[in-house]
Design a protein around this ligand. Sequence first.
Ligand code: PLP
Length: 458
Amino acid sequence: MALSGFASCKGVVWVNTHLIKPLVGESYPVVDYGRGIYLFGKDGKKYIDGSSGAVTANIGHGVKEIYEAMCRQAEKVSFVYRSHFTSEPAEELAEKLAQSAPGDLNAVFFVNSGSEATETALKVAIQYFQEQGQPEKIQILSRRTSYHGITLGSLSMSGHPLRRQRFEPLLEDFPAVAPPYCYQCPFKLSYPSCKMKCADDLEEAILSIGSENIAAFIAEPVIGASGGAITPPDEYYPRVKAICEKYNILFIADEVMTGMGRTGKMFAMDHWDVVPDIIATGKGMSAGYTPMAAAIVSDRIMKVIENGTKVIMSGHTFSANPFSAAVCLAVMDYMDKNNVVQNAQKQGIYLIEKLKKLQEEFEVIGDVRGKGLLCGIELVRDRTAREPFSLNEKITETFISICFENGLIVYPAVAGVTGFSGDAVIIAPPLTITSEEIDELAGILSSSLKQLTGKLEQ
Ligand code: PLP
């Protein structure tokens, strides 16, 4: 087989080095087609897409309405350069996103990936303070357990050591604070008697660095790829937002994974009634049908920029291309017509119930957590002591391989991340999933856990 950028050939892997090797066998299976929550390999094997790919295929695969919208837009015009033209789909999509976003987040800046969205947010935050004569406010605070993207700016804000390590010399050494990770609390405390020391840690970092040097704090509402759906107590984000306001620091919500209905609300911050200054979103925005992402910026910030340089100092060739915008509009339409966000909320409760039942049965499951259909299980050696496995045992890798072989795709939350020593997987099926399909998913999970337990006992 010829090499493509994302393929493997005879066991040589070109991407996803954190997975070390193809999940099963010598090379990746070749996909043929997808329908709903299922993917089918060329060899006829059926898989449940239990992680929506990389938590992206929110409305499932092979949706006819999207294909038809693609054809309609491609027939008209697919690409115009954003400095020459705007287009009806791009304008309409911006309007729809602004309506869906909380508070005064009304300016939508289109990009092509989640990494570009968080990096745009970083640039907007720095520009906002530059326009006000505060060019020294350039530090971006993040959390030790975090992933905000793979470009150098977004990676600089990420705590993910495996993705950072090779490029460390090129990265900004942005400060990182403790994550709200109650199951393995970084301070060895318990909620609520901890009084949210992880939020205090943010304030202490601000005081030690000096707020005059900090532009923004960035956080994933529910920590995904680097933690396995770590969900903070309800009082965490209101506290964080208040701290940011107190010190004149912008709050960026990285909703690349959590946005667009994934957690049972359009944006996860809606669970806590917190209005961030900037939202970065992507993945579910196009549900994987085309590359598309966005930074959604508040009127307060845009007013300052419009009184200064006038435009956000960033942009990409493909930003706001009409084809991708039309695809995203069709996805949002489909979500509205089929009550997809409501389904995510309802089925998320059912999925968590199922996972908790599995936890009763399998000692290896230490924690079950998540919001809506962004769920995670953490795997531990000793549940009573909450003792993690050691990294070189590669438990996450073994478990996702077993699941894959059994026809279930789950997503690894990479162990070894600073502040997250454990093994976890994300279970995040398409938001259109039914209860019967969750039963089927849980059945494969159960037999895979049985196999894992068997291996551990050997
Ligand atoms: N931010 C978060 C929270 C993510 O989960 C990801 C990807 O997994 C990104 C940013 C980067 O998005 P992309 O891979 O589209 O560049």
